[in-house]
Design a protein. Sequence first.
Length: 240
Amino acid sequence: MSLIFIFVSSLCTSLGAMIVLLIRNLSHRGKDVVLAYTAGIMVATSAYGLIPSALKLSNMHTLIIGILFGTFLLTLIEVVVPHTDLDHSNQSLRGGNVVLFMIAMSIHNFPEGLSVGISSASSNEDLGYLVAFAIGLQNVPEGFLIALFLVTQGVSRFKAIFFSVMTGVVELSAGLFGYVFGDFFAFVVPYGLAFAAGSMLFVVYKELIPESHGDGNERVSTIAFIIGFITMIYLTEVFR
């Protein structure tokens, strides 16, 4: 069952990309609300799912090491790999630059897939479902924004969808790797859960919150964040 959630979470990127065929544009307000709601989901998942589970399986030192490693890895990726703000970028991509852009996005997605896989390999099976739900929810608007951005750069809609799907495939591969690795080496799981928490908190503060507050929609985005936070707390209690 855990493998199914890993697949579904990764394929949500494809689902988001498909929306490009139906919606030619999405208002900044709509994007900001979705991103903020997703941020609330991810913070609650870290605070009420990943961190308590990591502490239950290990100790505070393991938790701190895992969170710092997740933060360090994503910081390193941000520094080494050029990142494009999909919602506000005026950057023009042509030819081989499109491929480089997709490689960069795939690398950014790798830790997310790893988080889902390792969480699914933990002794708390419900935790894997919650993390898969949180990451999958984030993948829908992300897939849409990737495809929409490529379309604005002159890439055909179907090629844009294909490229977006490929980033989901990378995330799927990372998820399967994390699941197998965590299943064979149980001692790694608490580090992986803490790593997932650090990664998700980094993505929220570095990407989702700034992007959801970049177009003057701070108030509605804040409300959406709170609703997302409450939603995941409720789901955490239901699955517990």
